[in-house]
Design a binder for this molecule. Sequence first.
Ligand code: P6P
Length: 332
Amino acid sequence: MPKSNQTLGEFIIENQTDFPYASGELSRLINSIRLAAKMVNHEVNKAGLVDITGAIGETNIQGEDQQKLDVLANETFINTLTNREIVCGIASEENDDFITIKGHKNDHKNNYVVLMDPLDGSSNIDVNVSVGTIFSIYRRITPTGTPVTLEDFLQPGNLQVAAGYIIYGTSTMLVYTTGNGVNGFTLNPALGTYYLSHPNMRFPEDGNIYSVNEGNYIHFPQGIKDYIKYCQEEKEDRPYTSRYIGSLVSDIHRNMIKGGIYMYPSTSKSPNGKLRLLYECNPMAFLTEQAGGKASDGHRRILDIKPSELHQRTPFICGSKNMVEKVESFMQ
Ligand code: P6P
């Protein structure tokens, strides 16, 4: 059982053996992520003060305006991960293709691939709403010593060895799992140290918060429309409360603590929804299941989807187990 007020460093060392191949590689990987998160946090927290917010006029592969912080966060995580002999490849929402990392000896001996959304919800930066970083970690499946391939990135979510997010909110938290439950660490900015503030996070089986962009209501599948009306009925423990921040990490983090469901369904405009399977839905689904919740596309378990493209989208229903199962019953 984790000890309260443990630092992240102590926690990692104490739980090293939780993870197969406990050669310390994953610990060093989590350590590099926490360092990068501190660096990004420093910039996010002063975004309004320094002229680094606002779109820089370029667009990323998603065709979205790139905010300066997007670029900075992407470069910070890539540089921090590249400088450690652990990662053989990185895929990012901000990069069209994956990045091959040869290692200092150019021998491709590193064993892990990282997929990430370096700054999710970045359109919220200019209005001072919390944003987040999401990461997903796999062990490579092609032979070590050879350059990483697309196949190493297109693994189903059920093969993730670790996943997590950093939420840059009223406080900065790192929440992650290595397959043995979910633990949340809060950064003390004065000391630059993360403390175990949320040990063994659990998704309540039920909740009364639903998070969806109801502006898309007329474009939703009928089952989603029916579920939203179900949430609004004056019956039993309903009506539920509607809470939607427009930042995936923030909405799911709140729902994991209070109980609730997040939905980004398919719409007639976006038949596969908006969210990305590999570096948004898979890591959030892994965390959610590890905390006792559920994540599906309305029909299938997210973690069982076999990816075919790096930036593919999927409809995403994620949260309290009983609420997700209720949506799935409406979707049948
Ligand atoms: P919409 C942010 O762009 C994001 O990827 C998620 O963080 C968020 O939940 C969703 O998209 C918001 O999308 O279409 O409701 O603005």
